[in-house]
Design a binder for this molecule. Structure first.
Ligand code: HEM
Length: 417
């Protein structure tokens, strides 16, 4: 057994002897070095972590009164929680606004990473774990959307699971064929009790657990390569940290995570939470679809079915094509972002505006995804909008096809390559 010096029970020393809390604090905060040369966009990661925390807390409150029963779920949410339970509306508003804003911040965080090339040169795992977070957040949001059991919950569930009809190929003469895949997925012929039960389980247990594990992994992947900076400069972190510790703080290119960087993060977070609570109190409706305030009715299909805003771009990639082709492009759109660190063939780690053709590629991608989002919300009946949507979908696919070629011929930036 290790030797233990006498220490006051539960004092810092007592805890350190038993749990190495001081080492942990050094490794994770006071000696975790962050470049000085970064802007407010680098606060998005901590804002995401904080928003996830708020979603968990508000979700726990909602869970106390929610019932995963097709006959009771709608009333549990819209009557019990919204008007009978004290401050039930407050927690629901927080949960709804949080679920929507978390995607806005995820997209800002992703595009910051793309713009500054923060997925390259040792940072590939940061990107990949981030993408896994994006996928699990999507599953978390979709499963949560089923729970109020309103018209949009039901019909969005129907449309998305319908996509898998006939999606399993008839291989080995039918030996591996799964002709009733959709029924297997739903647990019934149409979305019903089994469907709601399994999405409830995914939403309140499995997905949050996976997300927590992935956040730890994502933070872990940051520890060794460190975060990037506004110029993509390769900093000698040990040398700079030594300068800081020696008191030569002006010369050091880094600051410690705690307390210096954290205080900046907390400031940006403060601004974010002003917006957050403004929406919670005054504009909650932006995070809610009016159609979902009607209870699910299997006999009444809504005239226009569409997903939440954050899924619209990928929905619009699927919609203009026939079902199987659309499904392939949809899978492509989801998967291709993962491949970014490997498709970008240029060793330049620099902001997009210094990277020749990549600059145009970046802005085209952003504008294209916004166009897809806008078109995805409109009904497919207008031929002009349908055409714009199709062109935007083809542009999205083409952009990823050309990426390796334009980055292969990219000139070195700042003496690199
Ligand atoms: C949703 C949960 C997420 C959380 C809690 C989270 C958290 C963080 C934190 C705290 C940082 C360091 C500071 C910063 O740059 O903001 C970071 C960096 C990073 N994240 Fe995330 N992130 C999440 C999702 C994502 C997603 C979806 C992606 C994109 C695929 C992503 C890609 C990155 C990249 C590339 C960096 C490195 C930035 C740099 O080196 O400058 N993250 N993340």
């Amino acid at each position: 057994m290790a030797h233990f010096d006498k220490a006051m029970p539960f004092s810092n020393k007592w805890m350190d002897q038993r749990l190495a809390v001081n080492t942990l604090q050094r490794v994770l905060s006071t000696e975790y070095w962050i470049p000085k040369n970064i802007n407010f966009l680098w606060a998005m990661g901590m804002i995401l972590a904080a928003t996830f925390g708020i979603l968990v807390v508000s979700g726990i409150f909602l869970l106390m009164y929610y019932t995963p029963d097709t006959a009771k779920a709608f009333d549990a949410v819209n009557y019990t929680i919204m008007s009978e339970v004290g401050y039930g509306w407050f927690w629901r508003h927080i949960h709804g606004v949080g679920a929507s804003l978390v995607f806005l911040i995820i997209y800002i965080h992703m595009f910051t990473g793309i713009y500054y090339g923060s997925y390259k040169k040792g940072r590939e795992l940061i990107w990949l774990s981030g993408m896994l977070l994006f996928i699990t957040f999507s599953a978390e949001a979709f499963s949560g959307y089923m729970l109020p059991w309103g018209q949009m919950s039901y019909w969005a569930g129907m449309v998305i699971t319908n996509l898998f009809e006939g999606a399993t190929p008839d291989v080995l003469g039918g030996a591996l064929n799964f002709p009733h895949f959709v029924e297997w997925l739903r647990g019934d012929y149409v979305p019903g009790a089994a469907f709601l039960g399994r999405f409830f389980m995914l939403h309140v247990l499995l997905m949050p657990l996976v997300i927590m594990g992935l956040i730890v992994l994502h933070f872990g992947t940051l520890r060794i390569p460190h975060v990037n900076n506004q110029d993509g400069e390769e900093i000698d972190f040990e040398e700079s940290a030594a300068l800081w510790k020696a008191g030569r703080k002006k010369e050091a290119k880094v600051i410690p995570f705690k307390p210096v960087f954290l205080s900046k993060d907390v400031f940006v977070m403060g601004v974010y939470f002003i917006l957050f609570f403004y929406l919670v109190f005054y504009h909650f409706e932006f995070a809610m679809d009016p159609v979902n305030f009607d209870p699910a009715d299997p006999l009444k299909t809504p005239t226009h079915i569409y997903p939440e805003w954050y899924f619209l771009w990928s929905y619009e990639i699927l919609r203009p094509f026939s079902k199987n082709i659309g499904l392939i492009w949809f899978a492509f759109a989801q998967g291709i972002l993962m491949g970014l660190p490997f498709l970008d063939r240029s060793p330049n780690v620099a902001p997009a505006n210094r990277r020749g053709l990549f600059k145009i590629w970046f802005w085209l991608l952003l504008i294209d995804m916004i166009t897809l989002t806008i078109m995805g919300k409109l009904p497919p009946t207008d031929p002009t909008f349908a055409m714009i949507g199709k062109v935007a979908a083809i542009t999205f696919i083409s952009l990823w096809v050309v990426l390796p070629f334009i980055t292969m011929i990219e000139k070195p930036v700042g003496g690199k390559k």
